[in-house]
Design a protein around this ligand. Structure first.
Ligand code: NAP
Length: 294
């Protein structure tokens, strides 16, 4: 059965929009997400545009600061500092990747942890690891909600995560091992040096795949009844007007016959990611307002 991220994202989007309506009806300003875009990368421009559209749909304000790829690191850090100090902005994202002369690490750590709605700051990663309240980065947050809202039991299950990136695989493995719901799973994190990867996959009750390798997981690697979450999105050349199709890391047609639940690509994890960002921005807004009321 499909875990439908498109449908769930529409439901949560409605919930956020309702909350914003209530806020605005009380005479308060709506939440505001700011984005910084450096350079002319086509994919980055599309991602930022999508985030702007998503904000508009739920009634958030949004603003995009665009800079030429030649901006110096110090100038960019100063722009971030000025947004940090702007009380009218709740969340800030800097679209990655950045030009080579700018340190992504410095940029990430200059964003105030209170406005870090991407959840990339060390403070927020530390809190996530310790199970404290924080901004969980958007894709893992979206996956947690797909599991929770579909009533998928994770406690005591064996969860195998393929891929250990800082934005998906590693935080996902930590979240699934935390004492909470979803969580309380026994977790195995696999990567390119893992031996006998197929054996680990076959022992998974919940298999979360974030590799960037189209159709990597096939039906013979999945236990009957397992829950399969496919994070991968890769453009693969195809003979159609677009010239490509989007492929997940899981061979959907084969694996759906074995799995109890599976996320399709597109329409699974992807739409949930943007929702995670909106929820983090709303959370930042609420915390921001709570502080100013105290
Ligand atoms: P990444 O940073 O490239 O990490 C890939 C991970 O996969 C690495 O840990 C790598 O291992 C591991 N890996 C690669 N080949 C492997 C193999 N043959 N066997 C075992 N492990 C292997 O990728 P990412 O940023 O996590 O993204 C993964 C995929 O998810 C991509 O397709 C990306 O586009 C997609 N994505 C989707 C969303 C969404 O919203 N749906 C969000 C983020 C990412 P090593 O560490 O050993 O190199």
């Amino acid at each position: 059965m499909d875990l439908n991220g498109k449908e769930l994202s529409n439901i949560i989007q409605e919930e956020i929009a309702e909350e914003v309506k209530t806020i605005v009806a009380q005479g308060k300003r709506p939440p505001h997400l700011a984005a910084i875009l450096v350079g002319e990368d086509g994919a980055s421009r599309t991602y930022v545009k999508n985030k702007e559209n998503a904000c508009a749909k739920v009634g958030f304000e949004s603003s995009i600061k665009r800079f030429d790829a030649s901006i110096s690191e110090e100038e960019l850090l100063n722009e971030i500092r000025s947004i940090n100090e702007n009380p009218g902005i709740d969340g800030l994202i800097v679209q990655l990747p950045l030009p080579g002369h700018i340190s992504e690490s410095k940029v990430t750590h200059t964003i105030s942890p209170e406005k870090d709605v991407d959840g990339f700051h060390d403070v927020n990663i530390g809190k996530l690891t310790k199970g404290e309240d924080t901004y969980i980065s958007a894709t893992p947050f979206g996956i947690l909600q797909l599991l929770e809202r579909n009533g998928i039991e994770t406690q005591g299950k064996h969860c195998v995560v393929l891929g250990r990136s800082n934005i998906v695989g590693r935080p996902m493995s930590i979240l699934m091992s935390r004492n909470g719901n979803p969580g309380n799973a026994t977790v195995t994190l696999c990567h390119s040096r893992t031996k006998d990867l197929k054996d680990f996959c076959l022992s998974a009750d919940i298999l979360i795949v974030a590799l960037g390798r189209p159709d990597f997981v096939t039906a013979d690697m999945v236990k009957k009844g397992a829950v399969v979450i496919d994070v991968g999105i890769t453009r693969v050349d195809a003979d159609n007007p677009k010239g490509y199709v989007l492929k997940g890391d899981v061979h959907y047609e084969g694996v759906k016959e074995v799995a109890s639940y599976i996320t399709p690509v597109p329409g699974g994890v992807g739409p949930m990611t943007i929702i995670g960002l909106l929820q983090n921005t709303l959370k930042a807004y609420n915390q921001n307002n709570l502080q100013s009321e105290q």
